[in-house]
Ligand binder design. Sequence first.
Ligand code: ADP
Length: 505
Amino acid sequence: MEVPVADSANGEQILLVDDNPTNLQVLYKTLDGTGYTLLAAKDGETALSIARKARPSLILLDIMMPGMDGFEVCKRLKADDSTAHIAIIFLSALTDTEAKVHGFSLGAVDYISKPFQADEVLARVRTHIKIHRLERELSRRNDELEDENQKILNSVSEGIFGLDAAGVITSMNAQAEYITGWSAADALGESLFGLSLFGDQDKALAQRYRDGDSIDSVQQRLFSRSGEPLMVAMYCAPRQGSGAVLVLRDITEWLANQRALEMAREELESQRQHLAHMERLSTGGEMAAGIAHEVNQPLTAVSNYARVAQVILDNEQLDREQLTEVLDKLVSQARRASQVIERLRTYIRKPDADGNKPIDLNVTMEGVVVLAEVDARINRVDVSFEPAPDLPAVCADEVQIQQVALNLIRNAMEAMSDAPASLGGVRVKTYQNNDVAGFCVIDRGCGLSEDMEDELFTPFSSTKEGGMGVGLSICQSIVQAHGGDIGYRPNPEGGAIFYCELPIH
Ligand code: ADP
């Protein structure tokens, strides 16, 4: 029997089940007009069928019924997922504790003894309907939040695993499935360290996990389900309560890009070194006339001293003292010639493979100035050097720094080639400025136009006839590769000041 009752405002439905029509009537009257939708059944079978269709919030269920009794109805309702959530209140004349306990053990929420009081029934029904509504609301919010969480987890680019205290996977997002090739359906409930994801590292990682160590690796090799190796960055953070959250990021592509970038950088550096070397060779060529002149002088002196030595030897009376003096001069001139050649050889040699070393800029500049003097004599422009005392070392490739200095000095000498002798020559100075050590090249030459100032370090900008205009741009790339700075400022007395600064070692 089914007794449809008018719709209630809140739409909650209550199913009344009793084999006794009078009882059913009394119950109906008790709850009529309270706002609930009332359904009724007079036996277990009907009650089950109505419950499955209507899914009421609450069932007032008589225990003692012919055929299927209330306990059995309750058992079946609780066994069915679609009806398990319905709150059940038993109604019975049975007053023994055993029956009540049995009812609760089957999942009932309350028990009302017959004959019942209308107020009591109403009060209990209201309470349980409220609880039922709150539970439903809570579960809906829970589902929404879980849904939301899953959406967030699925939209992040990291693979995320939720692990319990033993390392068993309790949750995973879509990206974790994508990275590892394991579907959630297969992986949930498995131990993360048993999936052979980390190859021979599995055992060690499992042990660290059990020991509560943080697992935090920048790079870790991971094997996907199909055995494909990939590189991941991994991070494992303890989860509130127990267990942990393990985050994986696939860095295979990133690493490949890094490697490509590294190779491109190396290629660039080798091209830069090559260009700098070509420029040194070309400077060496430009200086050939000066070098020949420079070497020729001591060689002429050597042959003159050799002839004098011969004359001394031809004398009947051998003057050993005079001979020794002449030979000493001869040796010193020969050394002067070989030093010029040696300096040039050092200058034009290929760059060192071992690169930067701590160098004393005073020593480096002294060598460069000697080399520049070769040009100075031809250009008839003096070059002088003023070393700063106690100059700290810088870390650099000495030949490359010599190249920068020689380029600046030769430019300065060229700028002064028409300057009157009264202005003096080119001055080279070393200095320290806080955490950098450097040198500057000061001239009183023609100086730079504003246009040229802007273009100075741009390749192929030259005001010289036949000038390539690459010298300063190569100097800049050398100095920048050393983490230093190169620049120009006008000389207040007229002319130019170029400076080069390197970080102190
Ligand atoms: P290049 O010497 O082949 O022209 P650089 O790059 O060494 O190439 O120099 C570029 C230009 O900068 C020169 O042509 C010249 O106009 C200008 N310059 C460089 N140093 C000086 C200087 N000390 N005084 C005046 N102009 C200079």
